[in-house]
Design a protein around this ligand. Structure first.
Ligand code: SAM
Length: 286
């Protein structure tokens, strides 16, 4: 490579000047300028020459460059049309990159996997624009695509919710949703100072390894229970779990279920483990 790596603040500054680029706050444009974090992300994802990678939001290509060096192929989805010629310039050395100029929330993922990866499994890596963190993670998980793992930079507060333990203030429906489908670990800390422009909050890289076998349970009932529980998280579990009327469960019936499972009726939604919710759902679904 003829120049310094893209994470060098000097190179980023040159690119900014060359293209007269102005950051869009609305698109969550906070670009990485730290080699340790960039390498940390690709190491956590354990990217090798066997891997197809889907990157969301390549920006100037700082993380993409690292992925291209390590992976077989990278497909990067970028919404901001202004960045296409920037990426043409910054990543011109690579022939294993394909950039798609589209809103990732509108992508037909089944078609993309077929067309770009020949239906093969792939890893997802992204320094996510914050405004789409939850929708994109839920979409990718729920679609049950052949995703091997997901490695995402997210706001620290979101990472805390994803990896929280029962009883913790951050523990909630996002924690349980993620844990149902994946094993989640916080792997790299990224203070505000590793981005340009600096965001208001710190970030954390979360590694999600998707489970091959999901617990046997009626998912509709499970997530209704969880949703109801955390919508009224101050109430005791007997009241909050009977709040979703479409489950047709009286307090007496729920009380019996909780007694059967040895769950204290005065506990709150945040005190129950994923397995507790699964056990309750399985009793309801007989
Ligand atoms: N990966 C780069 C880095 O780490 O320096 C940029 C990360 S920046 C936090 C988020 C990127 O996602 C920006 O390039 C932004 O334009 C892009 N983006 C925002 N919304 C998007 C969307 N709906 N679909 C695809 N890309 C999007």
């Amino acid at each position: 490579m003829k120049r310094d790596r893209l994470y060098s603040p000097k190179v980023i500054k040159q690119v900014l000047d060359k293209f007269n680029f102005t950051f869009s706050k609305g698109l969550g444009q906070n670009f990485l300028i730290d080699g340790n974090v960039v390498r940390g992300i690709s190491q956590s994802a354990n990217i090798t020459k066997e891997d197809n990678v889907l990157e969301i939001g390549p920006g100037f290509g700082t993380l993409t460059e690292e992925l291209l060096l390590k992976a077989k192929k990278v497909v990067a989805i970028e919404i901001d049309q202004r960045l296409l010629r920037v990426l043409d310039y910054t990543l011109s050395d690579f022939d294993n990159l394909e950039v798609i100029n589209q809103d990732v929330l509108k992508i037909d993922f089944d078609k993309l996997v077929e067309e770009k990866f020949g239906g093969e499994p792939f890893k997802v890596v992204a320094n996510l624009p914050y405004y789409i963190t939850t929708p994109i993670i839920t979409t990718l998980i729920e679609k049950r695509l052949p995703v091997k793992s997901m490695t995402f930079m997210v706001q620290k507060e979101v990472a805390d919710r994803m990896v929280a333990d029962p009883g913790n203030k951050q523990y909630g429906s996002l924690t349980l949703f993620i844990n149902f489908y994946a094993t989640a670990k916080a792997v790299v800390k990224a203070p505000k100072s590793v981005f340009i422009p600096q965001p208001k909050v710190d970030s954390v890289v979360v590694q999600l390894d998707l489970k091959d076998d999901l617990p046997k349970v009626n998912q509709e009932i499970l997530f209704k229970l969880i949703h109801g529980g955390f919508q009224q998280r101050r109430k005791n579990i007997l009241n909050s779990l009977t709040s979703d009327k479409s489950l047709y469960l009286s307090k007496d019936e729920m009380g019996l279920i909780l007694d059967n499972l040895g769950i204290n009726k005065n506990s709150r939604a945040e005190n129950l483990s994923l397995q507790d919710y699964i056990n309750i759902a399985n009793i309801i679904d007989v």
